[in-house]
Design a protein around this ligand. Structure first.
Ligand code: NAP
Length: 290
């Protein structure tokens, strides 16, 4: 059984990105800049934003921190995004989600210029992705496709079951996997799917992004299937100093007995998401250098 090492791939890709950033700076005087907007002080959001800013710095990019109080008016937030859209030294703008209650997330995301939408969340970029145009691809699904390539799996003509249809993971991933070039046959399962196991048992690969531990178990898999576990869940663990540990959506123990390859949690899909964010920010800065 192969453990698909997302940490190793992310490290390699981040080193390549850092080398490209250094070359862009030396040859064209351009330093890629990423603006990270955080509203409020939700501890999980603060830690995600800190990780993104740290990764930016490690890659030699400039990060612009925009911190706004939870009480910020929606118009002020939208105006802040307009300011970042217009800043020539900012190549990427991201707004950390979720936003506090009372703020219209759709309006805020749509305020981001599609040319700086390095999260790939705006309707314009999602539309471009759907028709196969050049665009910023959403980071987690794009990272998963890279991870599958890295594991040496050719998905052409293979059956991939995706569990979960969220706008940030499952649904865009099902589009990317069925694109020409990747060529998988995709089944998208959700809570109204009558018998998820009937689909997963015929799958060459299963991607689980449900946000619930134990959604995928070994008895739901065909022998030799590949498992990509996107879930990040905290479960209580008195033996850990933090009082909890992180687990995915797949039951690692039973799945790893049947699967030919599996991503661990942590250390699988997780490190790829920020890596693809850096990748998109570099791509955006390259356009500025032209
Ligand atoms: P989400 O918005 O809550 O969506 C979950 C999806 O899973 C929904 O479409 C839901 O179906 C479906 N679902 C839930 N339980 C199911 C079940 N038992 N059988 C079939 N379908 C089921 O979650 P998300 O934002 O996509 O995130 C999913 C997980 O990935 C979370 O644990 C999240 O923390 C993690 N995540 C990780 C990364 C990373 O970088 N590693 C990035 C993003 C998310 P319905 O639509 O019918 O409700």
């Amino acid at each position: 059984m192969q453990l698909i090492d997302g940490k190793a791939l992310a490290k390699r890709m981040r080193e390549e990105i850092a080398a490209d950033v250094a070359a862009l700076r030396a040859e064209r005087g351009v330093v890629p800049g990423l603006a990270v907007v955080l509203v409020g002080e939700d501890p999980a959001s603060v830690s995600y934003v800190t990780a993104k800013e740290r990764a930016c710095a490690e890659a030699g990019m400039r990060s612009v921190e925009v911190r706004l109080p939870e009480s910020v008016a929606e118009d002020k937030l939208v105006a802040e995004i307009a300011r970042l859209n217009a800043d020539p030294e900012v190549d990427g703008v991201l707004v950390q989600l979720p936003l506090p209650k009372g703020i219209d997330t759709k309006r805020v995301i749509e305020a981001i210029s599609p040319e700086k939408d390095v999260d790939g969340f705006t309707p314009v970029n999602i539309g471009r992705m759907m028709i196969g145009d050049k665009c910023f691809l959403p980071c987690t699904p794009h990272g998963i496709v890279k991870l599958i390539e890295f594991a040496g799996m050719d998905l052409k003509g293979r059956h991939v079951v995706v569990i979960g249809r969220s706008n940030i993971v499952g649904r865009p991933l099902s589009v990317l996997l069925s694109m020409k070039g990747v060529d998988a046959t995709v089944t998208l399962c959700h809570t109204a799917t009558r018998d998820v196991a009937a689909f997963t048992r015929t799958a060459d690969a299963v991607v689980v992004a449900a946000g619930r531990p134990g959604t995928l178990t070994g008895d739901m898999l065909r022998k030799g299937a590949v498992v990509i576990d996107v879930g990040v869940n905290r479960v209580r663990d008195a033996t850990s100093a933090r009082g909890y540990r992180l687990v995915g959506d797949a039951d690692f123990e039973s799945c790893s007995r049947v699967a030919s390859a599996i991503t661990p949690v942590p250390g699988g899909v997780g490190p790829m998401t920020i890596t693809m964010l850096l990748w998109n920010t570099l791509a955006s800065a390259r356009r500025r250098a032209k």
